[in-house]
Design a protein around this ligand. Structure first.
Ligand code: GDP
Ligand code: MG
Length: 603
């Protein structure tokens, strides 16, 4: 079809506002899927998406809609709603000319609605505002329209009112898409130039790349090259997603399609890379700024023999989830592993769940940390390195305090939307987490939008959960990176009988040291098994002890009596013990089982 009959768009919305349901309805309406086929949210393909009921990966579908006797190709990209996946949203938007901004007519505008609106607005995309769930008794579309006007200057008469679930107003959505969204501005006669905006690994066909063709065309058998790897490949398969794959021979500018070149090295299908015909080199399209990892966690095989499997699983999964950063890491207690960087906590959880469900691995994952910036005193060493800035996300690398001039911690700008009944409790929580209020705005007569500057480390662990529970789920939260801020960070050490235990140390704000130290020694007291010798567990900062707990030794005769009677039982226990010992680490003559480290380091 002519370029004038192509529309590329995304549906963006806060989580649960009905993106996937609307996508289903649009597919159904054009006959791409059968009505009532029992499938719901057909674009949510991953098991974790089905279980959690959230979309993690953006998915694409090309559908055909006939309007005024002409077929239009609509390329629809379903996007995830959660904050942690905003890089997926951002990537999807780069191949779109417009978006449907979907808002639940009962819930109203939420934090992610605001974030998504500005993502689209910043990219100069045409925005079609749509209220969903108007079938609900509690729906209050007029009030939501007021919110849209206050926040985004959207006039109520521009807003469509639909029910994705019951298929009300779907035709109007199609007509708006066709009438109001611009068609892509592309050149079909120019040299082939395409952006890889997603890729994943297929057992049979190797790495598959989802591409948006910006100019020219490519067909099966063509030799194509990548601007980044400089290698060339033969196009083996091309398909369009309807949403099931449908093989085609050729793909032209303005279209979205899936290309397979039987690439076995998954590192060669780079998201953000530009493809061209080997014979006609082109300049690369603006790629994507790689998303910045905010939260880091160590990941280790549960047993040594699982190392290789885990490595392969991580490689494959990070191809599909390019937002994860990977570095090698070793832990004295847990052995060889990796330190992975994520966009947020949910991202970390989803990633580990996918490792398990899609690759059958069950690694140990340590508690999340953030990246701190340390400025060092000038020494020969800093001169040699050419910088006195040090970024660390592992407490083991925290320098000695006498080498430090300043410490900085990563900050976020958090947006919270809440019914005003919870205002007091939320303000208190933000203050406890060292937050500073930047803005407070009434978005209608009983709802407020707050913006806070907060240290990231105070948010990663349980901030979102706390917000949800203190507002009975009525408050929503989103955040963006806000750079580094001068702070006062210290390394909190754990000592076992006066010997420091590196892998148990953490970095904390000085005002938190006492409290966290207290919690840590209490937790360890629970975790470390009683032994023949007395154990002192201490938390210290710069040599100063902040907390202490003791574990009393066994009396010798107790064990003797316990195991004295039954010989076979005794043998069995001894065998168990020696097997167990192999997994122990000796610190100051105290044997600390591997499980203690695992339980302690996990969240
Ligand atoms: P997403 O997270 O934005 O993709 O939202 P989903 O499409 O997964 O929908 C979230 C929930 O809202 C599901 O339980 C849907 O059945 C429900 N839902 C979606 N659209 C409507 C609607 O128009 N009316 C009603 N009553 N429920 C809806
Ligand atoms: Mg969804």
């Amino acid at each position: 079809v002519p370029i004038e009959q192509i529309r590329n768009f995304s549906i963006i919305a806060h989580i649960d506002h009905g993106k996937s349901t609307l996508a289903d309805r649009l597919l159904e309406y054009t006959g791409a899927i059968k009505h009532n086929s029992g499938q719901h949210q057909v674009l949510d393909k991953l098991q974790v998406e089905k279980e959690r009921g959230i979309t993690v990966k953006a998915q694409s579908a090309s559908i055909v809609y006939n309007y005024n006797g002409k077929p239009y190709i609509l390329n629809l990209i379903d996007t995830p709603g959660h904050v942690d996946f905003s890089s997926e949203v951002s990537r999807s938007l780069s191949v779109c000319q417009g978006v449907i901004l979907l808002v639940d007519a009962n819930d109203g505008v939420q934090a992610q609605t605001v974030a998504n609106f500005y993502l689209a607005f910043g990219k100069d995309l045409k925005i079609i505002p749509v209220l969903n769930k108007i079938d609900l008794k509690q729906a209050n579309p007029d009030k939501v329209c007021e919110q849209l006007r206050t926040l985004f200057d959207i006039e109520p008469d521009e807003v469509l009112r639909i029910s994705a679930k019951h298929g009300i107003g779907i035709k109007e959505v199609f007509e708006k898409i066709i009438k109001e969204l611009p068609h892509p501005e592309v050149d079909r006669t120019g040299p082939f130039q395409a952006l890889i905006y997603d890729s994943w690994f297929d057992k049979y066909r190797g790495a598959l790349s989802l591409i948006y063709v910006n100019s020219g065309s490519a067909k099966i058998g063509d030799s194509i090259s990548s601007c980044h790897t400089k290698k060339f490949y033969e196009v083996k398969t091309i398909s369009v997603l309807r949403p099931e794959e449908e093989n085609v021979k050729k793909i032209v500018a303005g279209q979205i399609g899936l290309v397979g070149c039987n690439v076995r090295n998954i590192k060669e299908a780079i998201i953000g890379d530009t493809l061209h015909l080997t014979s006609t080199p082109v300049s690369p399209l603006p790629g994507f700024t790689p998303p910045k990892s905010m939260v880091f966690a160590g990941i280790y095989p549960s047993t040594l023999s699982e190392y290789t499997d885990l490595r392969k699983a991580i490689e494959k999964l990070t191809l599909n989830d390019s937002a994860v950063s990977v570095d090698m890491d070793t832990s004295p207690a847990l052995g060889q592993g990796w330190r992975l960087g994520f966009l947020g906590l949910l991202h970390l959880e989803v990633f580990s769940q996918r490792l398990q469900q899609e690759y059958g691995t069950e690694p140990i994952i340590t508690a999340p940390s953030v990246t701190y910036l340390i400025k060092l005193k000038s020494t020969k060493e800093t001169e040699k390195k050419g910088t006195n800035e040090l970024y660390i996300n592992n407490p083991i690398n925290f320098p000695q305090s006498f080498n430090i001039t300043e410490t900085y911690e990563p900050m976020i700008l958090g947006t919270i939307i809440t019914p005003d009944t919870y205002l007091g409790a939320i303000v208190q929580l933000c203050q406890e987490r060292r937050g500073v209020q930047v803005q407070a705005l009434n978005i209608d007569n009983d709802r407020i939008m707050l913006q806070y500057q907060l240290p990231l480390c105070e948010v990663v662990l349980d901030f979102h959960d706390s917000l949800k529970s203190l507002s009975s789920g009525y408050c929503s939260f989103d955040y963006e990176d806000y750079g580094y801020q001068l702070s006062n960070l210290v390394k909190l050490n754990i000592l076992l009988n006066s010997v420091p235990c590196e892998e148990l140390s953490t970095i904390v704000h000085v005002s938190r040291a006492q409290l966290v130290g207290r919690q840590m020694v209490l937790k360890l007291k629970d975790l470390i098994p009683r032994q023949m010798i007395h154990i002192a567990i201490q938390a210290s900062v710069n040599g100063k002890i902040l907390a202490r707990e003791n574990i009393q030794p066994y009396r010798k005769d107790v064990t003797a009596k316990l195991y004295g009677g039954d010989v076979t039982r005794r043998m069995k226990l001894l065998a168990q013990q020696s097997a167990g010992k192999k997994k122990m680490k000796m610190i100051a003559n105290i044997s600390v089982p591997r499980n203690t480290f695992i339980d302690f380091l996990k969240k």
